[in-house]
Design a protein around this ligand. Structure first.
Ligand code: SAM
Length: 275
């Protein structure tokens, strides 16, 4: 998910009392109901097939794995990376909690030998996956969703458990340092059906939680406002969490680019290896 999205602009929406009342996803478990077709519409400008291919090429370059190697994409969402990794010749498992997004992923194709999807919670991966994968990928700020920071640590521990010794974790998402350096408190863009998406963002430095309130107007149907929360991590803290689970960070990059992570990089990509 984009912690600091900026796409095409239109007139700016403003937050109203009615929007606040309409916020459906304000429970602690916001993530359990947020990832529906409305999520796909909200972030539509970011989902670009050419960009997906570019990201998967970079993953393949970073991982340097032979054809047939086992890769776990968790959470895989609508399968945009899992599908392309399978197409490139890897044996891919995708796990996600959202039935709606898994249905989208499966609609692009599955194959018992190459591409399998499972519904599950990333805090508790299937027991039979212990030591199974050459690589685990966690992409597009799919981390920091839980109320308790210990659950984030548990997710990293699960990734480590699923890896073979010497296996690699690729983590991509928002970098707290960079998001703070160029904080975008408001942003808005228009989707292909004419919906004006407005986001208002606030950050709590004590918990490290970024709250994003989204409103929708001008589209073909009425959509209630939504809210989601992400605990942002610095590369420092995330690499400590990884180390605690036996994963050693070997590379830290500026998003998907082949250049070192900077203080102002709003996205980071960390490559860690299981000792
Ligand atoms: C921002 S999306 C990214 C998905 C995918 N990695 C991508 O790049 O498109 C985050 C995903 O996390 C999934 N998710 C949220 N909470 C989860 C949980 N507890 N266990 C597994 N998946 C979860 C959502 O359903 C959603 O597909």
């Amino acid at each position: 998910m984009k912690a600091g999205a900026r796409k095409s602009r239109a007139s700016r929406p403003s937050r109203t009392a009615r929007d606040s009342r309409d916020s459906r996803s304000s429970s602690a478990e916001w993530w359990s109901s947020y990832f529906t077709d409305d999520y796909l519409l909200e972030f539509e400008p970011i989902f670009d097939a050419t960009e997906d291919r570019r990201q998967v090429s970079r993953l393949i370059e970073l991982l340097g794995l032979p054809s047939g190697a086992r890769i776990l994409d968790v959470p895989c969402g609508q399968g945009r990376h899992a599908h392309l990794l399978a197409e490139a010749g890897f044996s891919v498992n995708g796990l996600d909690y959202s039935p709606a997004l898994l249905a989208r992923a499966k609609a692009r194709g599955t194959d018992p030998d190459r591409l399998r999807y499972t519904r599950g919670d990333m805090r508790s991966l299937p027991a039979k996956w212990t030591g199974r994968f050459d690589a685990v990928v966690n992409l597009f700020t799919s981390f920091g969703f839980f109320m308790e920071p210990a659950d984030d640590a548990r997710v990293i521990a699960e990734f480590a458990r699923a890896l073979k010794p010497g296996g690699m974790l690729v983590w991509h998402g928002g970098s707290r340092d960079g998001v703070m350096a160029r904080f975008l408190a408001k942003d808005w863009w228009t989707t292909s059906d004419g919906t004006l998406v407005g986001q208002e963002r606030s950050f709590d430095p004590l918990s490290g939680i970024l709250t994003i309130h989204s409103t929708f107007s001008g589209g073909p149907r009425e959509m209630p406002a939504r809210e989601h929360r992400i605990r942002l991590y610095t590369a420092t803290r995330l690499s400590e969490l990884m180390r605690d689970s036996g994963l050693v960070v070997e590379g830290a990059y500026d998003a998907w680019e082949d250049r070192a992570l900077r203080r102002t990089s709003s996205e980071m990509l960390l490559v860690a290896r299981k000792a």
